[in-house]
Design a protein around this ligand. Sequence first.
Ligand SMILES: Cc1cc2nc3c(=O)[nH]c(=O)nc-3n(C[C@H](O)[C@H](O)[C@H](O)COP(=O)(O)OP(=O)(O)OC[C@H]3O[C@@H](n4cnc5c(N)ncnc54)[C@H](O)[C@@H]3O)c2cc1C
Length: 491
Amino acid sequence: MSGVQYLRPTSLAEVQACLQQHPQAQLLAGGQSLLAAMRLGLTQPSHLVDLQDVPELQDIRVTDDGVWIGAMATHARIAAHPEIQQHHPMLAKLAHGIADQQVRNVGTLGGSLANNDPAACWPAGVLAYGATLFTTQREIPADEFFTDLFTTALKPDEVLLGVLWPACACAQYVKYEQPASRFAMVGVAVTRATGHDHSAVRVAITGLGNGVTRWPEAEAALQAHWSVQALNGVHLSAELAHTDVHASASYRAHLSAVLCRRAVAAHTGEEAHLPRHAPPSTPRAPASRVRKDRAHSATQPTNNPTAISGSHHLGQTVAVVWDAVLDPVVLQQCIPGCESMQRLSDTQYTAVVKVGLGPVSARFETQIRVMPVCTPSQGEPAVCHLHLSGQAGSLGQGEAEVVVQLRAHATGTSPAAQGTHLQWQATPQMSGQLAQLGNRLMQASARSLSTQFFERLARVLSGQDASPPKRGFFSAIAELFRHWHPLIFRK
Ligand SMILES: Cc1cc2nc3c(=O)[nH]c(=O)nc-3n(C[C@H](O)[C@H](O)[C@H](O)COP(=O)(O)OP(=O)(O)OC[C@H]3O[C@@H](n4cnc5c(N)ncnc54)[C@H](O)[C@@H]3O)c2cc1C
């Protein structure tokens, strides 16, 4: 962290002046996320602008219409505030459930929201309340604030002042915590509005996928009838969830449904149990079948719990998609942040990718080896293996094996109805300090980047994006490396 200047303004005007004067400066709240990211070399601000002496960010005010909580209010202050405990018990409970006392004493509401960790608790509270976030430049409704993984609508020179929470008739937050960090494996916040909008219900889930999200089907069911029973038959697709070493996507989706029922039951007094005949989650194959499948798994995704996977439907034939996947020019267009890609041989490339996600800001270099296993002319599924590897300077090494499968998926008999089901699975491995970044962070970002890649691939293949190539294929998958492979070149 050498060379970072520490600034300690005593007013909002001074904070803004610091940000104007030093465009590479970063705001420092309690440092619970920012200092950890700096220690790992993921971000290198020129200046730290400490907000702790700025009085405009400290206020907590409870009124009949709701509560204002300043951005620099710590979790501990919010949890212990008598009026919040009385009028907004959910907010006090949510704050009290964050991490341990040491983290709560310094971690702040504003830092948590600006950081937008995909498993953080406050984003779920803010989204379920339909709260308004006030900044030095504007008011931002909660629905527009959380834009992506570790990313918000905040601009670099924008300071979050605080949050205005409306009064609610009912509000409940229930989380199932990951025991080591106490972050939410999944957390569900449910609110029911007061006044003429009494039936308006909002359900927000954290820890599920790439960031906090609302659950419209549950909201509609609860709006029609405010009861646990109303949730019978309302299911959350596991496609919205991610899998990591802690939990599978289907488990996360199931947990969301269970926690939502518990949150409603806390108000209605009903039993929260799922109905006896709830549809089972993905059926498990018998053990003998699994063993047999593994014997034939050279072309199959594995059951490795650290694997990240996804699937996409593309509107082109397998042959067309196959050619695109192996074409570095097309692929370079699709990799988010890929600045250049060089061909070393027919099967080997290097790519330089500029990374800018949440606390990470870096350029990194990836070596990519492509190994076609079964071409479309050889049969189905067409399968390609990729090996990605990189050295992250003193941070350690990262590598990943990626399997991409393509199957024909026709929706009709006409040529226009021919499509491809693309399935991919990546098994990343990290060593050195990179391993400390943990699967939660790495896998969530990898999923986000991979999704971006395949969305771009679909656009390019359908002719919607004819822009000249700026990026490369493997980035989507290579961006799996964002967190374990950063900082070969810095900005
Ligand atoms: C061990 C551990 C366990 C945790 N468990 C949980 C948990 O269970 N649930 C949960 O929700 N959180 C949890 N957290 C997160 C923690 O509570 C903090 O809220 C979070 O790390 C942000 O820290 P901070 O407030 O110190 O902000 P910092 O780390 O100082 O800043 C974080 C980011 O926000 C920016 N920022 C800060 N303030 C502002 C502002 N006013 N305007 C604009 N940008 C700003 C900074 O520039 C930085 O990019 C945990 C953290 C740790 C270390």
